[in-house]
Write a protein that binds this ligand. Structure first.
Ligand code: 13P
Length: 252
């Protein structure tokens, strides 16, 4: 049985005190959602220790949105994987399309970040996904395949067992335009096949999340698909009620 995951990527939103309120709201309403759903929140770095405190005593896990490619040293402005792990993070989002697009993250950088994440006991939530032009040209399968081959294929079998993949079509992020449930299933099944080509049966255990304008009104339909194991949520993760309602989308 694969894990069911609803992860919130808060991106660069909320002031620390607002983040704490949001976390408290999620903790307060968590009991309304099946305990079979694993909730993860990924606030900005500046909020991590305060949010960790607010989550104490609950089963909601903490993640960061990025980590440095190096272990430590003279890298002004960077935050090491060891630092976020020390604050209680269990997860780290890596390779988000916004990082690839605005901060020039390449597979070479991401290989180093993945290495740092594993060296510090973190589970990466590795993001893949095509942009609109690539989708319209029918290149989406090749794009995600390359994103997986260039990074995930470098993992050991042990590391692969601690990996979450998020498929996030760039054209669906923050646009209100969601992939249809069938589009999500088609590419999730393909991603699982690409993973199986390298890691065999272990691919059946890897959670693959959908991200891109996922909200309470469409989550259930998308999560009902065989190879969709949950969501990586942006905008709708900023309201405790919406975030929790997305978790209620699991019927299986
Ligand atoms: P939205 O849910 O706001 O479209 O963002 C998705 C996303 O990028 C999560 O990482």
């Amino acid at each position: 049985m694969r894990k069911k995951i609803v992860a919130g990527n808060w991106k660069m939103n909320t002031l620390p005190a607002e983040g704490v309120e949001l976390a408290k709201g999620i903790v307060a309403g968590r009991g309304e959602v099946c305990s079979c759903v694993n909730f993860i929140v990924c606030p900005p770095f500046t909020h991590l220790s305060m949010v960790a405190e607010a989550l104490k005593g609950s089963d909601i896990e903490l993640g960061a949105q990025n980590c440095a490619a190096e272990a430590k040293g003279a890298y002004t402005g960077e935050v090491a994987a060891s630092m976020i792990a020390a604050l209680g993070c269990k997860y780290v989002i890596l390779g988000h399309s916004e990082r690839r697009q605005y901060y020039g993250e390449t597979s070479a950088t991401l290989n180093k970040k993945m290495e740092q994440a594993y060296a510090n006991g973190l589970t990466p939530i590795y993001c893949v996904g095509e942009n609109l032009e690539e989708r319209e040209a029918g290149k989406h399968f090749d794009v995600v395949k390359a994103q997986i081959e260039e990074v995930v294929y470098n993992l050991t079998e042990e590391q692969f067992k601690n990996l979450v993949i998020a498929y996030e079509p760039v054209w669906a992020i923050g646009t209100g335009k969601t992939a249809t449930a069938d589009q999500a299933q088609e590419i999730h099944a393909y991603i699982r096949k690409v993973l199986a080509d390298k890691f065999g049966a272990a691919a059946a255990e890897c959670p693959i999340l959908y991200g891109g304008s996922c909200k309470p009104t469409n989550a259930a339909e998308i999560f009902a698909k065989e190879d969709v194991d949950g969501g990586l949520i942006g905008g709708a993760a900023l309201k405790a009620g919406d975030f929790l309602a997305i978790g209620k989308g699991f019927a299986k």
